[in-house]
Write a protein that binds this ligand. Structure first.
Ligand code: GNR
Ligand code: NI
Length: 173
């Protein structure tokens, strides 16, 4: 297992559209396990492959209090949505910023599991928000895209500034 580096907005690699997977094999399961470890280490409730510079359609999530109910979704698709909910969102790729976003209240998702078997799940609340947020990542979309241009630019400038400060001296970024 390994902890992977998470890309930060406005890194252009976060804008790539992830490619669908053919099948789930051991190499892919290793990537999913690394993503889960990375998500837990970063204290996130979800992580999309795009965020760790893997441009394949897969995500991990765990919204349980005890962090012991991991969910692995490969080629996830939302096949039904109902209602609307607004909630405060954050993103491991946009560290330190939280803003309200409106999304579907309830969703039905079709995907392959970690074992490669097809699955469907219906969910609402935080897990529904999280899955919609992660599928957006796979499409190159970030929660800041739902905000005003003014707010997005303010976040962008602050993150660029803090990324400069975090870079080791003499290393070109
Ligand atoms: O950890 C996360 N918390 C969160 C809170 C509200 C709405 C969405 C999320 S997802 C985020 C982790 C992340 O960036 N996943 O892509
Ligand atoms: Ni995110």
């Amino acid at each position: 297992m390994a902890i992977l580096d998470i890309l930060h907005f406005p890194d252009p690699r976060l804008r790539r559209r992830a490619a669908p997977l053919g099948a789930v094999d051991d190499a892919l399961r290793r990537m999913l396990d690394d993503m889960l470890e990375t998500m837990y280490a970063a204290k996130g409730v979800g992580l999309a492959a795009t965020q760790v510079n893997i441009h394949l359609r897969m995500l991990v999530a765990d919204v349980s209090d005890d962090r012991d109910q991991p969910l692995f979704l490969v080629n996830p698709e939302i096949i039904a949505r109902d209602g609307l909910q607004e909630s405060e969102e954050g993103c491991l790729s946009v560290p330190g910023f939280y803003e309200p976003v409106t999304r579907a209240e309830q969703i039905r998702v079709r995907a392959l599991g970690r074992d490669g078997q097809p699955l469907e799940l219906e969910t609402d609340g935080l897990l529904a928000v999280c899955i919609q947020h992660e599928i957006d990542h796979l499409d190159g979309k970030l929660f800041v895209d739902y905000l005003s241009e003014i707010k997005r630019q303010r976040i962008r400038k602050k993150l660029i500034k803090s990324q400069r400060a975090a870079e080791p001296a003499g290393v070109a970024g």
